[in-house]
Design a protein around this ligand. Sequence first.
Ligand code: KIV
Ligand code: ZN
Length: 385
Amino acid sequence: MRQIDIFDTTLRDGEQSPGVALNPGEKVQIARQLAKLGVNVIEAGFPIASPGDFEAVKRIAEEVRQVSICALARTQAQDIERAWEAILKAESPRIHTFIATSPIHMQYKLKKSPDAVLEQAVAGVKLAKSKVADIEFSAEDASRSDVDFLGRVFSAAIKAGATVLNIPDTVGYATPDEFAQFLRAVMERTEGIEKVKVSVHCHNDLGLAVANSLVAVQAGVHQLEGAINGIGERAGNAAVEELAMALKTRRDQYQVETTINSKEIARTSQMVSRLTGMIVQPNKAIVGKNAFAHESGIHQDGVLKERSTYEIMSPDSIGLDMDTIVLGKHSGRHAVRERLTELGLEVDEARMDEVFKEFKLLAERKKEVTSADLFSLVDTHVHDV
Ligand code: KIV
Ligand code: ZN
């Protein structure tokens, strides 16, 4: 089966989330966990951005093994020199250099003509190539760039030595059908495309980052970029755990595999949330507190009879040991009876009507009824009568 590489940018784009600042020690801790998770590339930071970022990338490059360590650099010489200084001790170093190619960015931000941008892209890739073999080149704001121009820039980047071409949807503007067509058009226009890996880096401004990444797989890309818990600039990046579990759960559809050890997903998500201070919303796919919880009576009854009625993945597959049945006001008699049995609380059918009625009253007040609540409820309404 074709392999899709997972490029994790939790420590670079993820750390660009407003309000997040990780110190080098915390970054090393996360990087070690990312290596355990099985990502192929860790983008450890942007060394020119700050001394702390440089220090973190350097320590990760020196201490974290069996994964590529990548540093970000604009196509400017001082960025590339600094990036190389930070990663030179990595087992498998990669420099990721980028320049914007969209008319909006070239005119207003860079104030450069398309030819000048192309020239700078080539100079940046050549300089990076003089340091290290593995070079990723990104055309920032690619999805709003002219497809013919992008083909020219990418062809030139390959000639200059790029090994990975990244096509970012920098502002999360793309929609799945259009993005897939766009990717195919770019690849058709790029000379030497068969010699390199193609990557996408999707932002989530319209909530489409994962969908856009998945159509990219169908369009033939080799690498997906994302961040744990979907953190990153503005609405964030494609969530790595969602990409991994979509490709695993729907392997029938995508026919690809990744090296992600899904059992490490919950631990990684919790570590990133704790160290960044970014809370995971309860209904977040895969890693939210409610992602595997069943509350309604109909769902609970179905799951108790056969899990696959309402579960397409198990909590165990992401390394979570949890009871998926949450007792609340929507729960039915079947789930309450099952939990009482698990707790060793014997209630005969004659008493069960009373217990279930009291359970419903309690659930109205408490939202979630715990095991401790059930013990006291049975004590009051069964044992004391
Ligand atoms: O979103 C973006 O375009 C980026 C690039 C640096 C790849 O983060
Ligand atoms: Zn980005």
